[in-house]
Design a protein around this ligand. Structure first.
Ligand code: BG6
Length: 290
């Protein structure tokens, strides 16, 4: 494990463990690489990403917190919250010979100067535990250090690398109704088949406490996603026009990624009493598509 200088001069933790390699930027606590030994990178990062304070990294696992998308009644608040815009503190790194565990933290003091901090003025601590191994485990624990309750949204906005999204399926969400952010506010009835991609896709599945699997059929590789403390899942691919409209996303890169996000958003936002904590965990494992 070593702390070095990454793209844009930002500090990055390089992990070269016995069972996997990984890379974690302190900026946003963004995991930008996870490659179990002998496997290709499981995460996608845009070649056009910013690596700049105040801007999110486009790829890997940005953390959306303490809100997801726009913040109600705060039209100028930055999309997806301030956690992905701010440098986190590296609180610990341990190698047990099989896994490397990194601990990163963010408090209200760290974000005081960040865009959006005034839009969610609460005393909090977020601790992010990244366990790098043949499995990647990501746990976000949020504690309320305020003297009144607060509510937040959170998402591990993971960009998985796929050979071609047009021959990729996301299984595990069958039968669940979803909010289609492209169609309107109301829920759309669940489908009985895995999610397939033939256009821009932006779906929020609420009330889903179980995981999912990304089957990259062209590569013959799947990512199995397990989770705890999460009651929603988001699936996103921008497709052609939206990719072209984003400055930090290459025009032709949309075929190589899909986001499947372990989250608590909208009706599944988390409310915490003073002193209380909540943990959300996502776990990823690669397997041959069977
Ligand atoms: C997804 C949202 O999670 O993130 C999409 O559902 C959004 O609506 C996408 O476009 C990317 O957001 P951003 O702020 O990183 O461009």
């Amino acid at each position: 494990v070593r702390l070095t200088t990454g793209q844009g001069g930002l500090p990055v933790v390089q992990v070269d463990g016995a069972t996997a390699a990984a890379e974690v930027y302190l900026h946003g606590a963004t995991v930008t690489r996870w490659a179990p030994t002998g496997a290709d990178d499981a995460l996608w990062v845009s070649g056009s990403s910013h690596f700049t304070a105040g801007k999110p990294i486009r790829g890997g696992v940005p953390i959306c917190f303490p809100w997801f998308g726009a913040l109600d009644d705060h039209p100028d608040a930055p999309a997806h919250g301030f956690a992905r815009l701010t440098s986190w503190q590296l609180a610990g790194a341990q190698d047990d010979g099989e896994h490397v565990t990194l601990t990163l933290s963010l408090t209200d003091a760290d974000v005081a100067a960040s865009p959006g901090a005034a839009d969610w003025p609460h005393r909090f601590e977020a601790v992010y535990t990244v366990v790098v191994g043949a499995r990647l485990s990501l746990s976000l624990t949020v504690t309320n250090h305020d003297d009144a309750p607060f509510t937040f949204e959170e998402a591990l906005h993971t960009y998985f690398a796929v050979q071609d999204v047009r021959t990729t399926e996301v299984a595990g969400l069958e039968g669940h109704a979803f909010l289609d952010r492209l169609a309107g506010p109301g829920p759309v009835p669940g489908e009985d088949a895995p999610v397939r991609f033939d256009g821009e896709t932006d779906r929020i599945y609420l009330g889903v406490g179980s995981g999912a699997a990304v089957h990259d059929l062209a590569a013959g590789r799947s990512v199995v996603i397990a989770k705890r403390g999460s009651d929603a899942t988001v699936v996103w691919n921008p497709w052609i026009d939206k990719a072209a409209a984003m400055a930090d996303f290459g025009d032709d890169e949309w075929t190589g990624m899909v986001c499947v996000e372990v989250c608590n958003v909208r009706d599944t936002a988390v409310s915490l009493a003073p002193g209380a904590s909540h943990t959300m965990t996502a776990m990823y494992q690669l397997s041959p598509t069977g």
